[in-house]
Design a binder for this molecule. Structure first.
Ligand code: AHR
Length: 507
């Protein structure tokens, strides 16, 4: 007999209204993300401005409401003035974070045009590595001030009459990391972020700020960094950033799929730290989280090191081009479930990244077309069907142990209720690699709903990848869910990502 998991899906127990920006992503001036990724002038599939139409279509399929830009590590030596004005006058620069040559053919204006076409908002980052308050203020004045001042008039002179009106601003990137240009101590960064936010707020009081949290949960200064930075910035910023990347370096797939539990613990620890600072300050304000870099990243590490060490200063070298396999897609699905479960505190999240660089979307290196990686699908499903209110997953699941994690659940799941569309979607992963599990869900609070579909992403080979023209891993619709008297019964095959959709029956 198959193993059983049980869940109650009740509209009376919401977690939170999901902020759509939880389905954000990230484009950095790195590798082939911008050049030969979103932008390839002269390519048969590009528009007059040089943007790849096929790539924009895939981005729209993912429905990405916000895109972080221009970095990443890149931003910590970014000279924004190089990226505006007539393209032919823009300098070529040694890009120190990734040891590439940046030609500045795509800059602020071009990227904002691209984002508009992709139906995305820009989440702009300022350089608090090698630069500081003045340059951040000048950039904001250029972007958001209507006119009549030096930098707003410069923007108008450059042909952009209306301000860009960017709303969400990152105060630097991974400033705790020794690899970061202009790396700082927590006190140095905390003071700088505080003063930068204060000054920028004078220019535009409507904008929101993300302060840098730790680069990952393993950093030696982890948690102390957050405490110190927030002690300086708590009243001036709205979000604290989290970053994490996982990889199956040991080849232990069982344990790899347990890593979403680490992400869950990471979020809980950061919430606790934020609330500790809130208590210290007797503040009434809640600090929200911006999980603005998350993904699987490890396949390309050796090739990347070879480029930076042995072949530096290339234009758009193929860096961080992880080719994702099926188990990576399962982990991405599990990570999405974790983000949704924390949607009361995580208001922004960025899948890092979007095109070619650790990305769901790839452009073929021979210039033929673009294609969807395995991780494209869970992200697309969550973004498409995961809008509305996340519901408390009252879930009991059989368990198993892995080499690094005791007693983890076989099934991870969360449900989202879209009141406007009268739809309920359960996202569920069976991360047991040996056994199928039946998920019994009590959906009695959704009387009058019927099963619309049960979509599954599965593959007998965990290491299976997609390639240009070869979609080996893609979703299919199954008949593995039935509904009777408010009890939903779903067969979750071993190692599978499941999207179970209910819709209201017409009266
Ligand atoms: O996303 C790739 C890199 O990962 C980013 O530039 C940096 O912020 C992080 O270390």
């Amino acid at each position: 007999m198959a193993k059983k998991a049980k869940m109650v899906v009740d509209r009376a127990f919401p977690i939170a209204q999901i902020d759509k920006r939880i389905y954000g992503s990230f484009i950095e001036h790195l590798g082939r993300a911008v050049y030969d990724g979103i932008y390839q002038p002269g390519h048969p599939l590009s528009d007059e401005a040089g943007f790849r139409r096929d790539v924009i279509e895939l981005v729209k399929e993912l429905d990405v409401p916000i895109v972080r830009y221009p970095g990443g590590n890149f931003v910590s030596n970014f000279y924004w003035e190089d990226s505006v004005g007539p393209v032919e006058q823009r300098p070529h620069r040694l890009e120190l974070a990734w040891k590439s040559l940046e030609k500045n053919e795509v800059g602020l204006h071009e990227f904002s045009q691209w984002a508009k076409q992709a139906n995305s908002e820009v989440m702009m980052a300022v350089n608090l590595g090698t630069r500081g308050i003045t340059d951040a203020c000048n950039l904001l004045e250029y972007c958001n001030h209507p006119g009549g001042s030096r930098y707003s008039d410069l923007r108008r002179k450059h042909g952009q009459e209306e301000p860009y009106g960017f709303k969400t601003w990152c105060l630097g990137n991974e400033m705790d990391g020794p690899w970061q240009l202009g790396h700082k101590t927590a006190d140095e960064y905390g003071r700088l972020a505080e003063e930068t936010a204060k000054a920028m707020h004078i220019i535009d009081p409507t904008i929101e700020f993300v302060a840098c949290g730790s680069s990952n949960r393993q950093m030696p200064t982890y948690a102390i960094w957050e405490d110190t930075v927030l002690s300086h910035t708590y009243e001036y910023v709205d979000y604290l950033s989290l970053h994490t990347y996982y990889g199956n370096r040991s080849g232990d797939s069982n344990d790899f799929l347990a890593k979403s539990d680490d992400m869950d613990a990471f979020i809980k620890e950061i919430i606790a730290t934020c609330d500790y600072v809130k208590a210290k300050k007797r503040s009434k304000k809640n600090m929200y989280l911006s999980f603005d870099e998350w993904n699987v990243w490890y396949h390309s590490n050796a090739a990347d090191d070879d480029i930076t060490e042995n072949h530096p200063w290339q234009v758009a070298p193929p860096m961080l081009e992880d080719i994702y396999n099926f188990e990576d897609a399962l982990l991405v699905g599990l990570m999405l479930i974790v983000l949704l479960r924390h949607s009361d505190r995580v208001k922004v999240a960025c899948l890092a990244q979007l095109v070619n660089v650790i990305a769901p979307i790839m452009t073929d290196a021979n210039g033929e077309g673009s294609w969807r990686q395995t991780i494209f699908y869970p992200f697309m499903h969550a973004s498409k069907y995961g809008r509305g209110v996340a519901l408390q997953p009252v879930l009991s699941s059989p368990r198993h142990s892995t080499s690094g994690h005791d007693e983890i659940t076989d099934v991870e799941a969360v449900a989202v209720y879209n009141e406007e569309k009268e739809e309920v979607t359960i996202f569920a992963v069976n991360r047991n690699l040996e056994e199928d599990v039946v998920l019994d869900s009590d959906v009695r609070s959704f009387a009058g709903y019927k099963v619309a579909e049960h979509i599954v992403l599965e593959c007998p080979d965990l290491k299976m990848v997609n390639a240009f023209g070869q979609e080996n891993v893609k979703p299919q619709v199954t008949d593995r869910t039935t509904l009777s008297n408010g009890q939903l019964t779903s067969m979750l095959h071993k190692a599978s990502w499941n999207v179970i959709r209910l819709v209201k029956q017409a009266d």
